[in-house]
Structure formats: C-alpha cells, structure tokens
Design a protein around this ligand. Structure first.
Ligand SMILES: C[S@@+](CC[C@H](N)C(=O)[O-])C[C@H]1O[C@@H](n2cnc3c(N)ncnc32)[C@H](O)[C@@H]1O
Ligand code: SF4
Length: 449
C-alpha cells in the first residue's frame, strides 16, 4: 500500500527548512532592510549564528551544497578575513553585545579551516557576542580532511557537537559518488572527538545514491550505529542536475528507481528504530535520551536551515556567501557568488541579496508547516487563534488536503491535522498543501520521498 502511494505521489516539493522557501525570496529585501531589521532587535533576544564555509578540496558528485573546490588554502584564508569583517559589520549594527546560544559552522567543509584560523575566528566571535559556556557549538565535518591535531583545535575552540558526513560505506557506492571514505577513516575521527570531550555526534547518511541497494543502505546504518552517534540524519539523494551540473557525472541508470528509494528509506528507518533510535520528523533519528529526542517528545522541536533542531533562538544570523538568516521580521540571504560577496564586504556593506518580509498570512502558515514537519500533527484552530486569523484563510489548504485524506495519508478531526502512521513519510506533501506560494513559480524541487 505504502509503496503504491510512493509511486503515486512522485511529486517534487520543498523540504521546508523555511516558509516561505528560498526560491520565493526577492530583491525587495536588501542590505538596507537587513540593517534596519538588525537595529530593531532587542538586546535581550537570544541569537543563533550560522557561518558558511563554501570550500572543499574534492567534489562529491552528489553534492547539492553551495561550495567551490580549492587546491590552495589562500582563497580560504582570504574568505575568512571577509567573514571577520562581516561579523564586525553585523555586531556594529546591532550596537550591543547580544547573547549567542548556538554557533553552527556549515559548508562546504569547515574542516578545511586551518587550526590557527579557528582560533582567530572564535576569538572575534567571543569579542563581539556573548557566547555562554552552555552554548552549542556545532561543526559539519568531512572525516577525510580531519586529523587528530585538528580535532584538538576544535575542542580548544569550544566545539561540542560534530556533524559527520558519511553517506554510504559501500566501496562501489563511494566510487560512484567520488567520495572514498573507508569505515576506519570515520571511526578514528569519532574516537578522537570523544577523546577530546566533543560528545555530541551526528552522522549524515543517504539513500537513493547510485548503486545503492536496500541491503547496502541497511549495512551502512548498522556500521554507523556501531560508532554510537547520538543522532542520525537520513537524507534522500536530491538529484537536480539542471541546478548542480556536476551531478551529471551520476548517470540516471545507476540510480535506484522510485520504489527502490522508498524501500531503502523505510528499511533504513526501521533498522534504526530496531537499534534503539527514535524517529524524529521525516529524516532524523536520535537516541531516546538525546536533547533532540526529548524536545521532540515534548513538542519543543524546531526546524531551521540546518534541519531539525533544539534551537529556540528567535533570530538566526547567517554569515558568509549564500548564508540565510531568519529574523522575527523575515528572512535574508547573502549573495552567493564569492566575487559579489567579496565586493560587498570590502566596501563595509551588507552582502544581502534577497529575502522576504513575513506577512501575517506567512507567519500563520510558517507555524502550521513547522509543527507538521516537527510533530506530524497540528491544531489549526489553535494556531488561527494565536495568530488572530480566520479559519477560512486555510480553506485552500483544506481543499488541497482532500486527496491526501482519501489516500489515508492524513486525518482531520475538529481542526486537528494528523499524519497517519503510513502517511508520515509524506509529511512534505501535507505541508505543501498549506504553502500559498507553491504553484506561483515554475520551481522544480527534489522528490518528496
Ligand atoms: C553540506 S554537507 C557538509 C558536510 C561535509 N562537507 C561532508 O560532506 O562531510 C551536509 C550533508 O548534506 C547532505 N547532502 C549533500 N548533498 C546532498 C544531496 N544532493 N541530496 C541530499 N543530501 C545531500 C550530505 O549528507 C552531507 O553530509
Ligand atoms: S558533500 Fe560535503 S565534502 Fe562533498 S562536495 Fe559537498 S560539501 Fe564538499
């Protein structure tokens, strides 16, 4: 039954790490708007800071992230100088020294940053923001770049959570994605991290990659669990070669078809649950005593550009080329090309290129979509009341949900929308029913499952 649904709903919808989603940002939000939004923030507001490092030393062919391949360190060092300038510009605009509760380094590969530069960056962040001892400091890590000395430098910089890219352990799959990463390479990094007291360990696994089979995906899950990560993210490969041209190195005929993708994701999820992980949202798993699992159980989980999170900070500031920020007033995104980012920062200007100011309707739908994505259930009446909006506003969404209700994906009772057990993997489709922008542009998204 579920596989039939998977075939029927081979639709492309966003992953809803924001609402409205990034393709609907416009140039109406520029540096001047961002400046104003920053000055409007109250100094008692907690911040979350995201730093984007758009460099890697080799290109994984599946990669959907914004990154550039470099053979020398010099461009990275120059980029870090710009990042420092941007930190100063934002902090000067804020005026006061705001508290930062979460720091997240993503990419690309932040593991390319040299040890002395880590020190330089962290010192500047501490000088300009009040980073408490209880702050979460998370880094996305490519184990292939990581040495023991490097892990020591991360620990000295206060890093306490590592998100490790694994994808798949099978050699044939690794060859087909141009990412050779033997199990021992990952294991030794995990050992070094634990030895240094960096105890929060996430692992990124993928399904839907070339030459993956259900058996191979389950084997990868079992090997990953031997390393005892607190959290596992299980991403479906988003094959978008019209946007990411290097994905053309991955031939369509080597990819699992839709029902195979479906089986891989379900088999991996079931195995993770058998091995003691709690299923969270549509692509995350955590040990039951992990903060994310506890936040999930208590309905306190959130979703942002890094995926599912315990982060409750009302403002997330993004630094670096392409970085996205989320403020109470709306979303802002920095320019992506490194040249234009450099030009802006060199002239002590914001690199903001696009964004969206939230309307009342956006805020209501954003909350509905976030609760659905996090809790798999949402009380529409309660949220309409909180937002002081008429229930009729959501008539379009209710209409779009009808086929999903008929197919047993979702149930509606007294204004409460709840995903059924078999419907959970389709949560993006239910969220999309409430997306007022979805059919306004001709954007192509990755598969919903
Ligand atoms: C931006 S990468 C950063 C981590 C680090 N660069 C690495 O690869 O080890 C974060 C994760 O995004 C996921 N990812 C990258 N490209 C993807 C794609 N096309 N579809 C789905 N997930 C993808 C991978 O699981 C990857 O580990
Ligand atoms: S998956 Fe990670 S390491 Fe590979 S190219 Fe993308 S960002 Fe770089």
């Amino acid at each position: 039954m579920k596989a039939d649904l998977a075939t029927k709903y081979d639709l492309r919808v966003p992953r809803y790490t924001s609402y409205p989603t990034a393709p609907h940002f416009t140039e109406a939000v520029d540096g001047a708007v961002y400046r104003r939004w920053l000055t409007e923030l109250s100094p008692d507001l907690d911040l979350s800071l995201y730093f984007h490092i758009p460099y890697c030393d080799t290109l994984c062919w599946f990669c959907g992230c914004y990154t550039k391949i470099v053979r020398r360190y010099e461009p990275v060092a120059r980029y870090l100088d710009m990042l420092l300038d941007e930190i100063d510009l934002v902090a000067d605009t804020l005026g006061e020294r705001f508290r930062a509760r979460h720091l997240h380094w993503g990419g690309g590969s932040p593991t390319l940053i040299e040890e002395t530069d880590w020190q330089r960056l962290i010192e500047r962040i501490h000088a300009r923001f009040d980073v408490g001892p209880d702050a979460e400091v998370a880094v996305e890590m490519d184990p292939r770049d990581t040495t023991k000395k490097y892990v020591n430098a991360l620990a000295s910089a206060g890093v306490n959570r590592a998100s490790i890219g694994v994808q798949d352990f099978h050699p044939e799959v690794q060859k087909a994605i141009n990412r050779i990463q033997p199990f021992d390479t990952t294991k030794r990094v995990v050992d070094w991290l634990r030895h240094q007291g960096i105890s929060g360990i996430n692992m990124d696994l993928m399904y839907g990659l070339p030459y993956q089979t259900t058996e191979r995906v389950v084997e990868t899950v079992e090997k990953a669990v031997r390393l005892e990560p607190d959290r596992v993210a299980l991403f479906g490969y988003a094959h978008v070669p019209w946007m990411k041209t290097h994905q053309k190195f991955i031939k369509d005929e080597t990819l699992p078809d839709f029902s195979e993708r479906w089986q891989q994701s379900e088999a991996a999820a079931n195995r993770l649950v058998e091995l003691g992980y709690v299923r969270i949202g549509f692509d995350h798993f955590a040990r039951p005593d992990d903060d994310l699992a506890v936040a999930h159980a208590e309905g306190r989980m959130h979703r942002n550009f890094q995926g599912y999170t315990t982060d409750t900070a009302p403002a997330l500031l993004g630094f670096g080329a392409s970085a996205i920020g989320s403020l109470p007033q709306g979303y802002v995104q920095n320019t992506q090309p490194l040249r234009t980012y450099r030009e802006a920062v060199t002239f002590a200007d914001f690199a903001t290129e696009r964004g969206v100011a939230l309307s009342d309707d956006d805020r209501l739908r954003r909350d509905i979509i976030e609760r659905l994505m996090c809790d798999m259930t949402v009380d529409l009446n309660a949220l309409c009341k909180t937002h002081d909006m008429a229930r009729e506003t959501l008539n379009d969404g209710m209409k779009r949900m009808e086929p999903l209700t008929e197919d047993g994906i979702v149930e509606v009772n007294d204004g409460r929308v709840t995903l059924t057990a078999q419907g959970r993997p389709f949560v993006r489709l239910v969220a999309a029913a409430f997306d007022a922008y979805l059919n306004k542009g001709e954007k192509r998204h990755s598969k919903a499952v």
